[in-house]
Design a protein around this ligand. Structure first.
Ligand SMILES: [Zn+2]
Ligand SMILES: [Zn+2]
Length: 129
C-alpha cells in the first residue's frame, strides 16, 4: 500500500470509529486491512492529520492522546466509571459565557471543554444496584 493510500485508510478509520480512539486503537484496526503498517507510521500520520486540522486531538488527562474524526464544535464528557468519551452537543454545554469574555476584551476562537462525571449507563447501573 502506498503512502497516501495508507494515510487515507487511517483517516477513514478515525472517522468511522466514534470511540475517540488512541493511536494504538487505530493501529489495531488499520492492521486488519494493511498488515505491514507500523505503529510509527500510524503515529506520524495521525499527527500529520491533526496538525492539518483534518482530525482533532483530545487530551483527557489519561496520559494518552485520543483522536476525533469529528472536528465540528462539540465538547467531551469523560465517564469516570467506564472511561468512555462521549460527544456533547454545543447546545448542551454552551451557556453563552463567550459574551462575558468578549465584554472583557477576550476574543474566543476555539473551545475545548472536557466534563468529567458519570455517563447515563453507569449512572443507571448504580441506581439499580
Ligand atoms: Zn460510564
Ligand atoms: Zn468528539
Amino acid at each position: 500500500m502506498n503512502y497516501s493510500r495508507q494515510r487515507e485508510l487511517i483517516l477513514k478509520t478515525v472517522k468511522e470509529n466514534k470511540i475517540h480512539p488512541t493511536a494504538q486503537d487505530i493501529y489495531e484496526l488499520v492492521k486488519e486491512k494493511s498488515p505491514n503498517i507500523s505503529l510509527g507510521t500510524v503515529y506520524r500520520d495521525l499527527n500529520f492529520l491533526a496538525e492539518a486540522g483534518i482530525i482533532r486531538k483530545i487530551d483527557i488527562g489519561d496520559k494518552q492522546i485520543h483522536f476525533d474524526g469529528d472536528i465540528s464544535e462539540h465538547c467531551h464528557f469523560v465517564c469516570l466509571d467506564c472511561g468512555k468519551i462521549h460527544d456533547i452537543e454545543r447546545k448542551d454545554y454552551c451557556h453563552d459565557e463567550n459574551k462575558n469574555l468578549i465584554a472583557k476584551g477576550f476574543i474566543p476562537l476555539r473551545k475545548d471543554v472536557i466534563i468529567y462525571g458519570q455517563c447515563p449507563v453507569c449512572n443507571k447501573k448504580e441506581r439499580e444496584n
